[in-house]
Structure formats: C-alpha cells, structure tokens
Design a protein around this ligand. Structure first.
Ligand code: AMP
Ligand code: GLY
Length: 426
C-alpha cells in the first residue's frame, strides 16, 4: 500500500518508524519529513498547507493512505478537500474532517461541545468585541487565577494564566482589541483555573468506536523542576503511574465515550486521533483541551509501546471496524528526553552539525529526529526541538538513565535537555 505521512517533527519520525515496520507500507513517503524520517521511507518536498500540491502528488503516486501528523491541515479542511475530489475520496484518510478538527481549532466550539454532552471541564464564558464591556465586568468578578484562551489556533501560545485582575484585563484587551493572536483571539474563552496534575490520553476513533492507546505525561517547561517558559514539550513518560485502572475507567466513562457519542450524534465525520488533555482534580478527570492529532513528544513514547500493526489499525479505523480490534501494549515504561537548541523556546540558531548519531544505540533505546535536516551529507539542526531519545525499562529511573547515556554521546553546539524527566515518579 502506498502511504503518505504529512509532517516533520519527532511525532512524524516515530509514526514513520512504526509505519515502516508494517508489511503493508510499500512505499512510505513523508512530506516534508526530516533527516530521521528519510531512514524509514522517502522524504518528499511538499508544502503541507498547499492542498492542491498534496492532491496532485497523491494522484501521481497512486497514494492509498494519507496520515496527517499536525493539526493545521486538518483544521483548514484537508480531509474535506480529499472527500470532494472523486480521484482522492477513496484514499484511507487518517485525520478528522474540518468539522471534527474544530475540537482543536476552536476553543469555543470545544467548550460548547463539552457542555452539550456533559463532559467535565472548567466553567467558562466567551467574549468578542460585541460583549467586551460585559467581559471586563466578568473578569473583575472572577476568582483567581483566571485562564484566558484565544479561540483559534495560536501555535500553542494562545492560553494565558493571569494571577490578578489587572493582568487579566490587560491580556483581554491585547487579545480582543489589539488582535494579539490575529483572528484567533477575536473571540476569547475565559475559564476557571483547575488545580491538579495533567496527563494526556489518546484514542484512535472511526467515528463510532475507539481504540484506547497508551496514555502519557509530558513536561512542557524548559527548565528542570518544571520551571521557566513553556515549550512544545521537553520529554514524556508512559505509562502514567497515577492513571491506574479505576481512574482510567472514569476517563472512559465520563470523557471518552461521551465525546465519541457526541461526534456521532452531531454527524461529525471523524476518523483519526483524539488527544484529550486532562487534569486530575481530587481523582476526578476534567478536559483542559482537545487536540485532533497525536501529541509531540508523547507520540515518541506511546507509539513505541504500541504492539499492533499501525497500518492495520488505520485500515480498521477507515472501515469503521475498530470494535473488532484489540490493542496490545508493551508493559514496560517508556520515557523520552528532547534535546533542543540553545535559546529555545525563544530565538535560536540553526545549521549546527550533529555529531554522534552513528553511535551504537542499545536495543531498548531509539533516537527520533525532530528539527534536523541533511546538508552536504551531514545532519544539521533545523529547529528548536532537535531530536529525542526514547528508552524502555522496568522503571522510570532506569529508562531515564538509558536515554541520558545515549544523549551524552550526541553533540551539537548549544545542545540542551532536561535530565529530570519523570522526576515525580522516581
Ligand atoms: P492548552 O494550550 O489548551 O494546552 O493550554 C496550555 C496549558 O495551560 C495547559 O497545558 C495547562 O497547563 C494550562 N491550562 C489550560 N487551561 C487550564 C485551566 N482551566 N486550569 C488550569 N490550567 C489550565
Ligand atoms: N505535547 C503537547 C502537544 O503536542 O500539544
């Protein structure tokens, strides 16, 4: 089966690595990919926001399955574009319709959806320029801290947690009046702050049934001890020790099942991943956010733990047969540590040669590339998050130790990584 995977991060390298293990994948193309994905398939230079270019490539190469890594093409309607073209509509497409991708693309849609289906989430109200004054009044009377969310996609920066009312009002003005996040912040969701511990839960759904994938916890802050600014993610752990059976049962009953039933009831076409960003408050799960894709770096721990054939799973999802599938998971712990560029998540330089990639990696460790590219036959840095090292072990401690051992043998100018991933579970 000819497969095309869209994206270029660590998530896509992990997906490409897994797809390439399937006897069904032949060949596997990755667009645009990175230096790591070129070892799992054929990298092709396509602009993933150019639907015509993707469609043309799929026709030329007779692509039979398209897997979309990042959210943006989904939120912009790539699936609907394919469904509207008689030559493309039959392609097995992994990723929701534009309507389904609103779970991530519009915070306002996601909140209203959760209300309609009684899914536990923080209380909220939404505002635009039309009820701006009412918003100021609402903020002034709100308990602290206050969470402000730009409605649309804002490259992961659209959520601001304000510690006092003045700050909240200033941020509210910036978002709505000054378009701080462009059109994405024309509408703002103001919600109550939930105190608890966060984790990520993933399912693959066919719009009717779902397969529960391994859960994970990611580490967003740049510095050890969870300090400093937010990043795309500095590491992840799976399984999550506090996500024991009874808690996950609540997650399925109160969150996952009502979400899938809600999509079905609202006739929203959804064949793809749902990423539930959860917070556990006194042993009760609440939804912080939905994403219409897998997480990064969570994918780099959950996909290596998954024992099923990924192409087979995707075919079952597209045929709406996920009820017949049994998910098998490696019981060991997987952790990943992300190595980033000096300066990240603020400005950073690129093009530094990465040394040590040829080292002998132990059996239970894997190197996944993120921001890397081949230049003059050398692998050089090409992004803020450069690569990550995933390791398996019986305990978090041993797994972290293995990844650190591998990372100590890799070098580029400005390499930085957290050495404390999973620290609270040691
Ligand atoms: P998001 O971009 O929706 O993932 O939000 C970014 C981060 O903001 C989340 O990972 C949480 O750490 C935090 N956050 C979002 N909403 C809330 C909330 N209602 N209560 C507490 N923290 C929140
Ligand atoms: N690691 C969080 C995300 O992918 O959104």
């Amino acid at each position: 089966m000819q497969i095309l995977l869209l994206g270029s991060g660590g998530r896509e390298h992990a997906l490409a690595w897994k797809l390439n293990q399937s006897v069904w994948a032949n060949p596997l193309y990755i667009a645009p990919g990175n230096a790591g994905t070129s070892q799992c398939g054929i990298n092709v230079e396509l602009d993933i926001s150019n639907f015509e270019e993707i469609g043309k490539f799929c026709k030329e190469k007779k692509i039979e399955m398209l897997v979309v890594g990042p959210e943006e093409p989904l939120v912009k309607g790539l699936s609907d574009y394919f469904k509207a073209d008689p030559e493309l509509e039959k392609i097995f497409f992994i990723g929701p319709s534009k309507a389904g991708a609103r779970l991530e693309g519009s915070k306002s849609f996601a909140k209203a959806f959760m209300q309609r289906h009684n899914i536990p989430t923080a209380g909220y109200k939404e505002f635009t320029i039309d009820n701006y004054e009412e918003g100021i009044k609402y903020l002034n009377e709100h308990s602290l801290p206050i969470v402000l969310k730009a409605d649309g996609l804002a490259a992961g920066k659209g959520v601001v947690i304000c510690q006092n009312h003045l700050e909240a009002i200033a941020e509210f003005e910036l978002m709505i009046q000054q378009s701080k996040f462009g059109d994405a912040s024309k509408k703002v969701v103001v919600e109550a702050f939930l105190e608890g511990i966060e984790m990520s839960v993933f399912v693959l759904t066919d719009g009717k049934n779902y397969a529960l994938l391994p859960e994970a916890k990611d580490y967003k802050r740049i510095n050890e001890g969870d300090k400093g600014p937010n990043t795309g993610g500095m590491g992840a752990v799976s399984p999550v020790p506090f996500a024991h059976g009874p808690f996950m049962k609540k997650v399925e009953e109160k969150i996952i099942r009502p979400t899938i039933a809600g999509l079905l009831q609202e006739q929203i076409d959804y064949k793809g991943f749902i990423f539930f960003g959860l917070i556990k408050v006194n042993d009760e799960p609440f939804v912080i956010e939905y994403n219409c894709r897998l997480g990064d770096p969570e994918t780099e721990v959950i996909i290596p733990r998954l024992e099923n054939d990924l192409v087979g799973l995707f075919v079952s999802a597209c045929n709406q047969e996920l009820d017949t599938v049994k998910i098998n998971v490696d019981a060991r712990t997987a952790i990943t540590i992300v190595a980033v560029s000096r300066g990240y998540p603020a400005a950073y330089e690129k093009d530094f040669v990465i040394e040590g990639l040829g080292i002998e990696v132990p059996n239970d460790s894997l190197i996944f590339h993120a921001g890397t590219v081949m230049k003059d036959e050398k692998v050089v840095t090409n992004g803020g998050r450069v690569l990550c090292v995933t390791s398996f072990a019986e305990t978090v401690y041993e797994a972290v130790d293995k990844s650190r051992d591998v990372l100590e043998q890799i070098y580029y100018d400005g390499i930085y990584y957290r050495r404390d991933i999973g620290y609270e579970f040691l």
